[in-house]
Structures are given as structure tokens and as C-alpha cells.
Design a protein around this ligand. Structure first.
Ligand SMILES: *Cc1c(COP(=O)(O)O)cnc(C)c1O
Length: 383
């Protein structure tokens, strides 16, 4: 089918919620993608950090093939090994405690919200300006962005937003004995890659301690090794009570998780929450394969080094860069037009988070040569 046919089908049959660029991808391997005409692209976006180990990583493909050929789904009324193993490893390598599986990021956030609300009945939530936590009504209520929220008012009540930048005083003041939780992305992704100051995270931790509220870290974009440490909150040394993960967890398959520390691991009990597809053996097998490779000190050190190389390369061609590890952004006027030119003229996949910010989320196993090549292509379009 030609691209024009796909575009016609889209306009006739698909709700217009996405602004798609005019390329049809048909194959991927590592950092490379191929379109229907056989052109090769470098993917420095990875489906917004979903293809954490690049496209079709052999270990992930093998885990999926093997599991899909034996058992795809039985549901949560029975046991399957991949989900139990994944839960144990995720909890052990983060906040301890227990895991609730989901199929997406927003659902992991919903679980965290329900857990915090049940623990402190009627309690409110404090979130940071610029934060993004998903599109379902609860997660959207935690996402203080006027353009995303306004059409869907009234939202879930009880969410207050405080400034992300500057001293933590407004946040500290907003947390009271009636606060169920503070929700923070250690590195804000969707709003344009903004690492949260470690003093802000520490102040949130202290305020939660003082008032018996939960600190929820949304690691959906910045977790799973993306920043050069397994979790974004590790940079500040501030462990949360509850953590949400998704995006890269499944290496390309949809799976998310909400992890609660031991003291909060039994707040949700039978009948409180559920999800038909969640924790299915195929997605869990993929996630086990991803964690096996990413949860490794040498691998994470390499992510850090690659991030330094990419940031230095971009600075070397005169760009203003921010971020941590391989979660980076640079400033550019008319970013959406630049991203379009990079795709169509330089065959480099990136994303604009706003009018003047270009976001880069390459695979964590991207090579030095691919990094240097991408910098060259960016320089060519930014010139
Ligand atoms: C993408 C994202 C979400 C939402 O995840 P979905 O899978 O799109 O529902 C939530 N929080 C953060 C930090 C994200 O980056």
C-alpha cells in the first residue's frame, strides 16, 4: 500500500489525535529503521524510549518468540512464571516491596494514585509544573498542562501544582497532613527534558516524611537505565515510596508496573484493582530479557559515557544541551520544522517537545559511530 493510501485510510478511519510525519516504517534493526522505499534511517527517538535496546534486539525477539509459541495469555486468575520473576527483580532492584503490572504508563500512574488515595482516604496530590503523567483522567489530573487538561474538565479533584524551578518552598508548603502523595518525574520528559534539582527531590522526601504522605516517582520515561543509572531518582539519592515504570520496560512490547515499598505493598488488596491483559507472559518475558541486559553496572556506565559523547558532540556544533545520560534535548528555533527536515532530508528520527526543544532518546546500546553520525546530521539541519 502506498503512503498516500495509508494517509487516506488514516483521515477516513483513525481519530486525528496524532500529527504523523509522512514516512511508513517497515523494518528495524538496532538503531536503524527502513521505510517502505528501502531508505535507511537512524532512530534517535525509539518510539519515545520504548525500544530501549534498539529495534528487534535478538534477546528480546527470542524471549518473545519462545513465550508466544508456548503460551500468550491466561489472565490473572492463574500463575505464569515470567510475571512473578519480573516482579521479584523489579522490586528487588528498586524500592523493595511489591508490584502491580499494567499495560501502559498512564495505568501505572492510576495504580499509584489509587494506592495513595486508599492509604490516606480523601487525601490530595501535589505535582510539579511541567510534569507529565499520562492521558487517563487520573493521570491527566496529575498533569498540570492547560492545553491537555482544559477540554476534559472537570478533572479528578485534589491535585495541586507547584513550581518546578526555584527553591522548594512552595512544594514544602503544599504538603500537609491531608496530602496522599507528591508525584515527581526525576527528569521531566514530555515537557522537554528537565532534570529536577536534587534539593527539590530531597525536600519532597522530607515533606512526605513529616506529613506521612507518599513520594511517588514517575520513572516511566527516565527509568530503566535511560539516565545512566537504573532509576532517575538514584542521581539525587532520594528513594520514593512508590515508583511507576513503563515505556522501555518491555523493549517494544506494552507493559508497565507500579512498585510499592514494603510498608505500602499491601495497601491494595483483592478486589481493589485489576487489569485483564496486565502482566501477560509475552510482555513479561520481553521485560525480563530487557532487565537482564540493562540492570548491569558496566552497561549503565556505558550509557553514561555515550550520553556524555552525544552531549559533547552537540555542544561542539554550537547547540545548547540539557539532560542526563541518553535522555537529552537541545534548543532550536522552530524545532518541529527542524525535526521534519532531519527526518526527510537527513533520515534521522528525533522529536520536538515544543516550539524550541528537540528531544533525543536513542537506544541505550547505540554505538559511538552512530552517535557521531547523528551529530553530523543534526549539524547539517541546524545550520
Ligand atoms: C509517557 C509517560 C507517561 C504515560 O505513559 P503511556 O504509556 O503513554 O500511558 C506517564 N509518565 C511519564 C513520565 C511518561 O513519559
Amino acid at each position: 500500500m502506498a503512503l498516500t493510501d495509508l494517509q487516506r485510510l488514516e483521515s477516513e478511519s483513525v481519530m486525528g489525535t496524532y500529527a504523523r510525519l509522512p514516512v511508513e516504517f517497515v523494518r528495524g534493526e538496532g538503531t536503524c529503521l527502513w521505510d517502505a522505499e528501502g531508505n535507511e534511517y537512524l532512530d534517535f527517538l525509539c518510539g519515545i524510549s520504548v525500544n530501549l535496546l534498539g529495534h528487534c534486539h535478538p534477546a528480546v525477539v527470542e524471549a518473545v518468540r519462545d513465550q508466544a509459541g508456548r503460551l500468550m495469555h491466561v489472565g490473572n486468575l492463574f500463575y505464569t512464571e515470567p510475571a512473578m520473576r519480573l516482579a521479584a527483580r523489579l522490586a528487588e532492584r528498586s524500592v523493595g516491596g511489591k508490584v502491580f503490572f499494567t499495560n501502559s504508563g498512564a495505568e501505572a500512574v492510576e495504580c499509584a494514585i489509587k494506592l495513595a488515595r486508599k492509604r490516606r482516604p480523601g487525601g490530595g496530590f501535589v505535582v510539579l509544573e511541567g510534569g507529565f503523567h499520562g492521558r487517563t483522567m487520573g493521570a491527566l489530573s496529575a498533569t498540570p498542562q492547560e492545553s491537555k487538561q482544559a477540554p476534559f474538565a472537570p478533572l479528578v479533584p485534589g491535585f495541586a501544582a507547584v513550581p518546578r524551578d526555584g527553591p522548594p518552598l512552595p512544594l514544602v508548603r503544599a504538603v500537609t497532613d491531608r496530602t496522599a502523595a507528591v508525584i515527581i518525574e526525576a527528569v521531566q520528559g514530555e515537557s522537554g527534558i528537565h532534570p529536577i534539582d536534587s534539593q527539590m527531590l530531597a525536600a519532597a522526601r522530607d515533606a512526605c516524611e513529616e506529613h506521612g504522605a507518599l513520594l511517588i516517582c514517575d520513572e516511566i520515561q527516565c527509568g530503566m537505565g535511560r539516565t545512566g543509572m537504573l532509576w532517575g531518582w538514584e542521581h539525587a539519592g532520594v528513594p520514593p515510596d512508590v515508583m511507576t515504570v513503563a515505556k522501555g520496560l518491555g523493549g517494544g512490547l506494552p507493559i508497565g508496573a507500579c512498585v510499592a515499598a514494603p510498608e505500602h505493598a499491601d495497601v491494595l488488596v483483592a478486589g481493589d484493582h485489576g487489569s485483564t491483559f496486565a502482566g501477560g507472559p509475552v510482555a513479561a518475558a520481553a521485560a525480563n530479557a530487557v532487565l537482564e541486559l540493562v540492570d548491569d553496572d558496566a552497561f549503565l556506565d556505558a550509557v553514561h559515557a555515550k550520553g556524555e559523547r552525544l552531549a559533547a558532540g552537540l555542544r561542539g556544533v554550537g547547540l545548547e544541551v540539557r539532560g542526563l545520560g541518553l535522555m537529552l534535548a537541545f534548543q532550536a528555533p522552530e524545532a518541529p520544522a527542524l525535526v521534519r527536515r532531519a527526518l526527510l532530508e537527513q533520515r534521522l528520527v528525533m522529536n520536538a517537545t515544543g516550539p524550541d526543544t528537540v528531544r533525543l532518546l536513542p537506544p541505550l546500546n547505540v554505538s559511538d559511530e552512530e552517535i557521531d553520525e547523528a551529530v553530523g546530521r543534526i549539524a547539517a539541519v541546524a545550520a
